[in-house]
Design a protein around this ligand. Structure first.
Ligand SMILES: [Zn+2]
Length: 148
């Protein structure tokens, strides 16, 4: 899912920070990198676990603050869920994402792959539509919730 897009996302963040005279601090860089390590949807708790397993300690409050900046910068967005906490994903113009969302437990399963891109290009060609981003949500019950 990631790759060349990484530079694009980081550049977008840097531009936002420069425009607002904000520093791309060492801590912010660590939070940003932890998002990239998740490679899918993430919560603040997820990032905290990743960061806490490293050498540098960053408080949850600081992570929340940086997440707010990233959201305002338009490089991440919150994903619908009913986990009772915010879950995010990276935004990129060339990202084609899809996920299954369990309406009972809130679990999300990443189904992003080339077939979503392929389907998107079929429809965009058919309707002469210029794609900015693709985000497919399929709602239903996950395997575990079906059994309950
Ligand atoms: Zn479920």
């Amino acid at each position: 899912m990631w790759g060349i897009e990484l530079d694009f996302i980081e550049e977008k963040l840097k531009k936002y920070l420069i425009n607002r005279r904000l520093n791309y601090s060492f801590e912010m860089k660590i939070v940003f990198n932890s998002i990239l390590m998740k490679k899918s949807t993430f919560s603040v708790d997820d990032l905290y676990k990743i960061i806490d397993s490293g050498d540098v300690k960053i408080s949850k409050a600081t992570i929340y603050r940086h997440i707010g900046i990233f959201e305002n910068a338009g490089i991440i967005k919150s994903v619908p869920n009913n986990l009772g906490k915010k879950v995010y994903e990276c935004i990129d113009s060339s990202t084609h994402t899809g996920y299954l969302l369990c309406t009972s437990c809130g679990k999300t399963i990443d189904i992003s792959d080339h077939r979503i891109s392929a389907a998107a290009s079929i429809f965009s060609e058919r309707h002469r539509f210029e794609i900015e981003s693709v985000n497919i949500i399929i709602k239903g019950l996950c395997n575990r919730c079906q059994k309950e």
